[in-house]
Design a binder for this molecule. Structure first.
Ligand code: SAM
Length: 213
């Protein structure tokens, strides 16, 4: 009964917040209908899990707004078997959406507590194709490169060049770019050979990407 209630809320979330704002990719919509977002928040916030905003998680971080998770996944154009790097695991919810799309996902989180919690929930939900690494992802994760897509869920003041270097030919990087504490722009960088093109497509507000010295 409780699961049914979450399912109804989740379907309404996708219909109103995500399809209603123009996300069209049927595979992304199906993934957003499948992943149980309420499993990625604390018990006290379960009732808010399908609302149209980010929520606090531990270590002073956030689980992103569902619409933004879907928009980033759509922009990354994930196909089954793609190798995908996510920087900023947070709760693990975004990684679950990428894994639900059939990608082989490596997700990097600098807070040990979050990395451990995300490993646990992703394992409990059966996402064997998502691996959490604890560390600094601002320079990417060279052991898994090249990546068909890199999705960064924290804001960078400039696009870190190692993330572009770790893209496969034809690969896509989706990243919020702009000053911390202000609004940033979701930016799509596409690599073709040694050339890259970049396009801003949505104003957003993310926690900062911490760049270790
Ligand atoms: N995708 C997440 C989710 O679904 O819950 C939301 C992530 S939250 C908005 C951003 C995360 O990026 C935080 O957990 C933060 O600790 C992490 N982060 C910031 N800088 C980082 C870095 N250099 N390397 C790895 N993780 C980083």
């Amino acid at each position: 009964m409780a699961e049914d209630r979450h399912r109804d809320r989740r379907l309404a979330m996708v219909r109103r917040q995500i399809e209603g704002r123009g996300v069209r990719d049927p595979r992304v919509l199906a993934a957003m209908r499948s992943v149980p977002r309420h499993r990625f928040v604390s018990r006290t916030l379960v009732g808010d899990a399908y609302k149209d905003h980010p929520l606090p998680i531990s270590a002073g971080q956030t689980i992103s707004q569902p619409y933004i998770v879907a928009l980033m996944a759509e922009a990354a154009a994930i196909e089954p078997e793609h190798r995908v790097l996510e920087v900023g695991t947070g709760s693990g919810y975004g990684a679950a959406v990428l894994a639900e799309l059939g990608a082989s996902v490596v997700t990097v989180e600098r807070h040990r507590k979050l990395a451990d919690a995300a490993t646990k929930v992703l394992g409990n939900l059966g996402y064997a194709n998502a691996t959490v690494v604890c560390g600094d992802g601002s320079q990417g994760h060279p052991p898994g490169a090249p990546y068909d897509a890199v999705v960064v869920t924290a804001a960078a003041s400039i696009i870190p060049s190692p993330l572009v270097d770790q893209l496969a030919d034809g690969g896509r990087l989706v990243i919020p770019v702009g000053p911390p504490s202000f609004s940033q722009n979701l930016t799509l960088v596409t690599r073709a050979g040694d050339e890259t093109t970049s396009k801003r497509f949505c104003p957003v507000r993310f926690v900062p990407l911490v760049e270790e010295p």
